[in-house]
Design a protein around this ligand. Structure first.
Ligand SMILES: [Zn+2]
Length: 72
């Protein structure tokens, strides 16, 4: 398994969160598109490695929020 194989969920998670950051509610259309968004592991991979591939631990996040949240 590759360390980034959870990216297979990218489009599905994005649709579930209606293309909006789950933390600051920024919509992609105001942030130059989906390339400025990424998958966040709501439960950090470092603390919950068993959830790394869990769809339900993946949240849609803008870069800024994901950087601020980081391992929290
Ligand atoms: Zn955000």
């Amino acid at each position: 398994m590759s360390s980034r194989d959870y990216q297979v969920f990218r489009e599905t998670v994005r649709e579930n969160f209606v293309a909006t950051c789950s933390y600051c509610l920024l919509e992609e259309r105001w942030a130059a598109g989906k390339e400025n968004f990424e998958l966040d592991h709501f439960r950090p991979q470092t603390l919950f490695p068993q959830l790394r591939m869990s769809f339900y631990s993946l949240y849609w996040s803008c870069h800024v929020c994901n950087r601020l949240k980081h391992g929290q």
